[in-house]
Design a protein around this ligand. Structure first.
Ligand SMILES: Cc1cc2nc3c(=O)[nH]c(=O)nc-3n(C[C@H](O)[C@H](O)[C@H](O)COP(=O)(O)O)c2cc1C
Length: 361
């Protein structure tokens, strides 16, 4: 099977299989494992401090000589006081909820929250001569796109509908991740004037491929050889796979999260704003259910991203410390990995093997 195409050449990789950036799950070891086998590992650094960003890049570089992508969050950080209007009420509710379920945490005053913008990280990426930058949650500012382009950096934006893809193409990105509604984790949607796009990969990939002229990376619901082949048939130049790597040995997911993935059914995930203030797909758990009831019954308002994300950080950390899957996010797509791979390299090799063994038609 010939895996090579224009995108593999642009990225300098052997297989057009990209390990999706997954903040909170992906480690430098996972990134390196995939890049070392000729795929593209993606290092997530969205919202992290410049110091942490640098440390993660350096660690990844120490493990691989091959290309890898660094992934940014392109949203604006909140500066307006009105964004915090409902934060105190939510903080009080979260403390009560945590007490009730024995996951009490040390709360941080809201005035101490610190939000980093991708603008704080750009210089680190340039200094480290990162050659591939992917991003989600919006569009990088024009001057930042120009800075990266000047250095020959390959830019990959994320779109969840055709209109977003067209805007990204006009802005000059080199490729687009088409994120179908099946995808685990946060929606990359960024249009303020349309309802959250909820288009499945089978509908999204061909429509996007028809209406933009740059390569499409298919993302969402891809978990085996059949779905990889299907994505290429639908018009994708590469696949970006997240959920399949979460239970691998290099992942930093807690054991209870990995165990939940092993038995997850097609109906187990839902979209929620409860953890972060932004829609994301994960396996439904007690936290999601209780906050849903609270919002419905008391009218309590969930602050916007990333404020809600910061409000739930300590609770999620405590839940993880206890290996409790009920009060932390279990981001997952609608299709989990059913193969036998244990390490990230096993999973990657298994996906390649399955795809090659399928008869083309
Ligand atoms: C745990 C988790 C964390 C994620 N974090 C990020 C992230 O930091 N940046 C990003 O661009 N996408 C992120 N995503 C979305 C993935 O890039 C990708 O769209 C998704 O995993 C593809 O669908 P799949 O999970 O069905 O393979 C995340 C997904 C998961 C499951």
């Amino acid at each position: 099977m010939n895996w090579q195409n224009g995108l593999t050449q642009l990225l300098g990789i052997t297989y057009p299989i990209i390990q999706a950036p997954m903040l909170g799950v992906t480690t430098p070891e996972m990134v390196a494992a995939v890049s070392n086998l000729g795929g593209l590992g993606s290092l997530p650094v969205g919202g992290l401090s410049p110091e942490k960003t640098l440390a993660l890049i350096k660690k990844t570089k120490s493990l691989t000589q091959r290309p890898f992508a660094v992934n940014l969050f392109a949203h604006d950080v909140p500066t307006d006081a009105s964004a915090f209007a409902h934060a105190q009420s939510m903080a009080e509710y979260l403390e009560e909820l945590a007490q009730k379920h024995s996951v009490a945490f040390q709360s941080q005053p809201i005035s101490d929250f610190q939000f980093y913008s991708y603008r704080d990280q750009v210089q680190v990426l340039l200094d480290e001569q990162i050659q591939i930058v992917s991003f989600t949650f919006g569009i990088l500012a024009d001057e930042i796109i120009a800075l990266f382009k000047e250095k020959g950096v390959v830019l990959i934006g994320t779109a969840t509908c055709v209109k977003e893809a067209q805007i990204l193409e006009e802005k000059g990105v080199d490729a687009i991740t088409a994120q179908g509604i099946e995808a685990g984790g946060h929606r990359g949607s960024f249009l303020a004037d349309v309802e959250l796009p909820q288009i499945g990969s089978i509908a999204l990939i061909p429509q996007m491929a028809d209406q933009v002229s740059i390569p499409i990376l298919a993302s969402g619901g891809i978990n085996d050889g059949r779905t990889i082949r299907a994505a290429f048939i639908l018009g994708a130049a590469a696949v970006q796979i997240g959920t399949a790597f979460i239970a691998s040995s290099e992942s930093s997911a807690i054991p209870a999260y990995k165990a939940a993935l092993k038995v997850a059914k097609d109906t187990d995930t839902v979209l929620t704003r409860n953890f972060s203030g932004r829609f994301a797909r994960g396996i439904q758990n007690e936290f999601m259910r209780e906050v849903d009831v609270e919002v419905k019954q008391s009218g309590r308002i969930i602050p916007q991203y990333p404020i809600q994300n910061s409000l739930t950080t300590a609770l999620r950390a405590e839940s993880q410390k206890q290996n409790n899957a009920q009060f932390t996010n279990l981001w997952s797509g609608q299709s989990v990995y059913r193969g036998t791979g244990v390490s990230s390299a096993d999973v990657f090799n298994d996906l390649v093997r399955q795809t090659e063994q399928l008869k083309s038609f």
